[in-house]
Design a protein around this ligand. Structure first.
Ligand code: GLN
Length: 502
């Protein structure tokens, strides 16, 4: 019997079209898998078996009636709990939103429903997407399917772990400083942060509005592209939404799979290529090997310098808390979720926020409020915005020379749960390679580059492209994936140790 949970979304869709499997069977197989392994992995905060199966049944009926269906109709999906889903609990990983059932759908949720994709449930995340390990979730950490004692990345560790554990073939993520790409990197899955404005943020609980971007997560580049096309496009409900068609990312992925990169200029970011600063040996080694594959497929590899990236992390950790402190002011005990009654309004508000928010969220609210205060605004927030401009200029200069930029996605393979959770600086340093893309609004992808020889754990390869040129990520990514899968004799996710099914 075929184990459908191991298939790609593209193969699932094709098999449904050929009548080899129904959406109910696919959806049930994933629900069974979740029941079997999620006790250990803890990728999900909420499972909607009934809702998913109802969507699946409706798709199967429509297909039996010969209706024209969207490309991914009937393929189940997991949704990061940052995205608002009507009728389904939405917490953003925070206790302050415990029990909140949204009365409306975010735009991406609506698009998933229109695409007729069964929503399996909501995935775990660091509280309000602040973190790189899911250890800041108000509901307990997610475990990396490659090694249950290790972090699955964050903030979207739940979505990435669900993919790596074969609990879902597709997932939604959000990336403010790396929360799609870093989890993808440490779980050997694929994640894309689209161009800022390429996917509507309406109904995505805001962390830092000028940096946030929803994006697709999957186990293959083509699947990621298929989901990108479902999610993307202009939306009147988001004032920062780009008014142009979704880039042709599926065509680009198919084109890339032909493994011809002649004429493509690839820039290796000097500041992020490991020569300087904390990159693990095996990460560097797999990165260099991936470059050799790109060269063998005809790409021209050059080194590019982006000197202001040195200050990107510092600027991000001023801009992000500033915006977050403002965005999180709406959790006031009146409008959503938790309320700790304390006599009068002020005290109730203070007590609710004291109890509802975790330490990392409080740290950033305090930091952001400080950075925005009258006496310090220019010194901190103003300086950080100047650095942001310098980072953008570095990218502009680099993209005048090359088509895409590349680096390892993260400096190290996944670390142990508990190892960095009490050390904010060590946690923040995970994002050193992913943050510049958010500051500039450009698109980025992480895809598996192999496992590090010293620990057998996943290494991610990051590709960045100019704004609106998301298709380039998919062309180069699909080419590299094809070459590597050939070398490995199959997908890397298949090499993860078997989880015990309970
Ligand atoms: N890890 C980064 C942070 O803690 C990125 C978060 C994100 O992309 N949502 O801010």
């Amino acid at each position: 019997m075929t184990d459908w949970t191991r298939a790609s979304a593209a193969d699932m869709a094709a098999a449904m079209q050929r009548g080899e499997v129904s959406s109910v069977e696919l959806t049930q197989a994933h629900l069974d898998r979740i029941a079997g392994v999620d006790g250990d992995v803890h990728a999900f905060l909420h499972i909607d078996a009934e809702g998913a199966l109802a969507t699946a049944r409706a798709v199967d009926e429509a297909r039996a009636n010969g209706e024209d269906l969207p490309a991914l109709a009937g393929v189940p999906i997991a949704v990061k709990d940052v995205l608002v889903t009507e009728g389904l609990p939405t917490t953003a990983g925070s206790r302050i939103l415990e029990g909140w059932i949204p009365p409306y759908d975010g735009t991406v949720t609506r698009k998933l429903r229109e695409a007729r994709m069964p929503i399996l449930g909501k995935t775990n995340m660091d509280e309000f997407a602040m973190g790189s390990s899911t250890e800041h979730s108000g509901y307990g950490a997610t475990h990396n399917p490659w090694d249950l004692d290790r972090i699955p990345g964050g903030s979207g560790g739940g979505s990435a772990a669900a993919l790596a554990a074969f609990e879902a073939p597709l997932a939604i993520g959000s990336d403010t400083g790396g929360s799609i790409r870093q989890p993808a990197s440490v779980t050997a899955t694929v994640g894309v942060k689209p161009t800022y404005g390429g996917v509507s943020r309406y109904g995505a609980i805001a962390l830092a509005s000028s940096l946030d971007q929803l994006g697709p997560c999957a186990r293959t580049v083509l699947d990621t592209a298929l989901l990108h096309e479902v999610m993307g496009g202009h939306d009147d409900m988001d004032a920062t939404s780009l008014d142009e068609p979704v880039p042709a990312v599926v065509d680009a992925a198919r084109d890339g799979a032909r493994r011809d990169l002649s004429g493509v200029r690839v820039g290796v970011i000097k500041e992020l290529s490991g020569a300087e600063g904390g990159f693990q040996d095996g990460v560097k080694q797999r990165f260099d090997e991936a470059l050799e594959h790109l060269r063998a497929m005809g790409a021209e590899i050059v080194e590019v310098s982006c000197p202001s990236f040195e200050y990107a992390l510092a600027a991000y950790y001023v801009i992000l808390p500033s915006e977050a402190s403002s965005n999180l002011a709406k959790f006031d005990s009146v409008r959503f979720g938790m309320r700790v009654e304390k006599g009068n309004v002020e005290r109730t508000m203070a007590a609710t926020r004291a109890e509802g928010f975790g330490d990392e969220v409080k740290r950033r609210i305090i930091l952001g409020t400080y950075a925005l205060s009258a006496g310090y605004y220019d010194a901190y927030y103003g300086s950080a915005q100047k650095v942001r401009t310098l980072v953008q200029r570095d990218f502009d200069a680099a993209f005048a020379e090359v088509d895409v930029l590349v680096s390892p996605t993260t400096p190290t393979t996944p670390f142990k749960l508990g190892e960095r959770v009490d050390d904010p600086m060590a946690m923040y340093l995970n994002d050193i390679a992913t943050i510049p893309a958010n500051l500039a609004g450009i698109p980025g992808m992480s895809l598996p580059a192999g496992t590090a020889p010293e620990d057998g754990l996943p290494v991610g390869f990051q590709i960045l492209a100019p704004a609106r040129e998301d298709a380039r990520l998919y062309r180069v990514g699909a080419a590299l994936e094809a070459a590597l899968v050939d070398e490995w004799g199959g997908a890397l996710t298949a090499q993860a140790p078997e989880l015990e099914v309970k």
